[in-house]
Every structure is written in structure tokens, then in C-alpha cells.
Write a protein that binds this ligand. Structure first.
Ligand SMILES: NC(=O)c1ccc[n+]([C@@H]2O[C@H](COP(=O)([O-])OP(=O)(O)OC[C@H]3O[C@@H](n4cnc5c(N)ncnc54)[C@H](O)[C@@H]3O)[C@@H](O)[C@H]2O)c1
Length: 283
């Protein structure tokens, strides 16, 4: 096992990609703190880790808030006495994407909310853990960005663009900017922390059928000509078949296995990198 005896923490570990990451870390021998804003999610996934014979702690916290990010670190240290691996997975589209389908994407509140969820959460957790990693002269940080943070030929997918109104930003703009920020944040913190034997890397997942995807499906279907009447899953499968060069979806475990590699000694000379796990979608 690659991570025997290591203590890991995964933000947003209670569902979707985070859940897959937690599972893969535990299967490689790590004890895992599952941090999630939703109690039911965190407790379920934490119980799954224990069922695999590992130690686990469910921490209910909103990691976009500084005091709550700091609280998660305190909880981990009180329980496990140390931390070796931090996975910053919390992120996604702003809640306004789902709650207010008519929102103008040039509005500051949509912009601020997206930056907060993706970039501020990553910064706060990194800032909380960095002094510990520096002291112990070891540590692994893996940040979850998105292919949405890469340059996209032909404009954003899923009915992006300017939506017929040249003065209004696309729904993908704030998300893409936030995720590009996560890529650059990973690079810069990697350089800053490298002298202390700390590796910081980033993963850009492609297309995964998670709760996040399901929440956004109605909007995606509505903005794609000819997609009306398709189920969420049919729409997703059609998209994957027509766009992903390898012709298959990515799974949370696909992402989890790369997290395991980047957190292991096998990757000790890899830092500051961002790796697409997208079936070839991004050139
Ligand atoms: N699903 C995809 O296709 C896809 C593609 C590329 C990148 N990503 C990125 O992967 C990451 C995970 O995506 P997902 O699809 O699994 O998301 P998801 O919404 O399905 O699951 C996210 C989990 O995080 C928790 N969470 C949300 N806000 C939180 C907060 N403030 N503090 C603590 N926990 C919080 C939720 O309760 C949930 O359990 C995100 O950063 C997302 O942007 C997803």
C-alpha cells in the first residue's frame, strides 16, 4: 500500500469526486478526515472509511469561512496528532447557477460566490496547513481544478458563450477564471513550499456524473439546441460520446487514483503541475 500510516484530509469529501478521492486514499492505507458542509454526506463517507479498517473523522464545516477552515485543522490535530496530505476538492458553480436560472452572470454576487467557493476555500485550507507542513518538513497538497480552467478552443461547452447578449458574461466565465486561479495558485504555492519538501499539485477533471453535474443538467439541457426531452443521464452520455476522444466518462475513482499517486513517494519529484484527467478532451 502506498499511503500506509499517512493522515489525509479531503474537503468536500462527502459526495462526488471527493468521495472517490477518500475511497482511494483509504484503500491505499491512509486514515482520512472527511470534511463537508453536509453532515449526512460527511458521516456516510467517514463510516465507509472505517468499514475499510482505517481511522476516519467526519468534520462538518464550511471551508470558505476562515474560522471554520482553521477549526477543521484543529479537529484533525486533536484526533490524529498530525496531517500529511491535504486535498482541496471543494468547488463548483455558484449556488446562483441553480437557484436563480435567470441571473445575469455579470453580477458581482455570482462572481464573488464562485471565487469564494473555488479559490478562497483552497487558499484558506492551504494557509492553515502550510505552517504545519513547513515545521515537519514534509507534506502533500493536491488541488482540484477543472478543464474549465484551461483555455478552451471554440469557447466554453454546454451552451456557454455570450447567450445572445454581448454585455452579459457566460455562466462558465467566473468558474473558468476561478479554476484557472486554482491552477496558478498551485504553481505559486508549490514554488514557495518546495524548499520545505512539500509537493503541491493540481488535477483538472473532465466530465463526471456527480451531484454537481445533476444540479446543472437542467440548465445545460435548456441551453443546448435539440436536447429538450433528454434525461440528465442521456444528455451526459451524448455529450461524452460526441466530445471525449476516449469516448468514456471520467469517474471519481479516476481522480482518486491520481491523488494517491501525487500523494505518494512515487511522485516526490513532481510539484507545481496540473494534470488533466479528461479522456483527451483538452488538447
Ligand atoms: N463533476 C464534474 O464534472 C467536475 C469536472 C471538473 C471539476 N470538478 C471539480 O471537482 C470538485 C468536486 O466536484 P463534484 O462534482 O464532486 O461536486 P459535488 O457538488 O457533487 O460534491 C461536492 C461536495 O462538497 C461539499 N461542499 C460544498 N460546499 C462546501 C463547503 N463550502 N465546505 C465544505 N464542503 C462543501 C458538498 O456538500 C458535496 O458533498 C469541484 O471543485 C468541481 O469544481 C467537477
Amino acid at each position: 500500500m502506498k499511503l500506509e500510516g499517512k493522515i489525509a484530509a479531503v474537503t468536500g469529501g462527502g459526495a462526488g469526486i471527493g468521495e472517490g478521492i477518500v475511497k482511494c486514499l483509504a484503500e491505499e492505507g491512509a486514515d482520512v478526515a472527511v470534511i463537508d458542509i453536509r453532515k449526512d454526506n460527511a458521516e456516510k463517507v467517514s463510516a465507509d472509511v472505517k468499514a475499510k479498517g482505517r481511522r476516519s473523522l467526519a468534520i462538518i464545516a464550511n471551508v470558505t469561512e476562515k474560522d471554520q477552515a482553521d477549526y477543521t485543522l484543529k479537529q484533525i490535530l486533536d484526533t490524529f496528532g498530525r496531517i500529511d496530505i491535504l486535498v482541496n476538492n471543494v468547488g463548483g458553480e455558484s449556488k446562483f447557477y441553480y437557484e436563480e436560472p435567470g441571473i445575469d452572470y455579470s453580477e458581482e454576487r455570482e462572481w464573488d460566490d464562485t471565487i469564494r467557493l473555488n479559490l478562497r476555500a483552497t487558499m484558506l485550507m492551504t494557509r492553515a496547513v502550510a505552517p504545519l507542513f513547513v515545521n515537519q518538513k514534509s507534506g502533500k497538497i493536491v488541488n482540484i481544478s477543472s478543464i474549465g480552467g484551461r483555455p478552451m478552443a471554440g469557447g466554453p461547452p454546454h451552451g456557454g458563450g455570450m447567450s445572445g447578449n454581448e454585455a452579459t458574461l457566460s455562466p462558465m466565465t467566473s468558474y473558468g477564471v476561478a479554476k484557472a486561479g486554482v491552477i496558478q495558485f498551485s504553481r505559486l504555492t508549490a514554488l514557495q513550499l518546495a524548499p520545505y519538501n512539500i509537493n503541491v499539485n493540481c488535477i483538472c477533471p473532465g466530465v463526471l456524473y456527480t451531484p454537481l453535474y445533476e444540479r446543472s443538467a437542467p440548465r445545460r439541457i435548456k441551453s443546448t439546441p435539440g436536447a429538450e426531452g433528454l434525461s440528465y443521464r442521456e444528455y451526459f452520455d451524448k455529450y461524452v460520446a460526441s466530445r471525449v476522444p476516449l469516448g468514456r466518462e471520467q469517474t471519481p475513482e479516476d481522480i482518486g487514483r491520481v491523488v494517491v499517486f501525487l500523494s505518494s513517494e512515487e511522485a516526490r519529484n513532481i510539484t507545481g503541475q496540473s494534470i488533466n484527467v479528461d479522456g483527451g478532451l483538452t488538447p
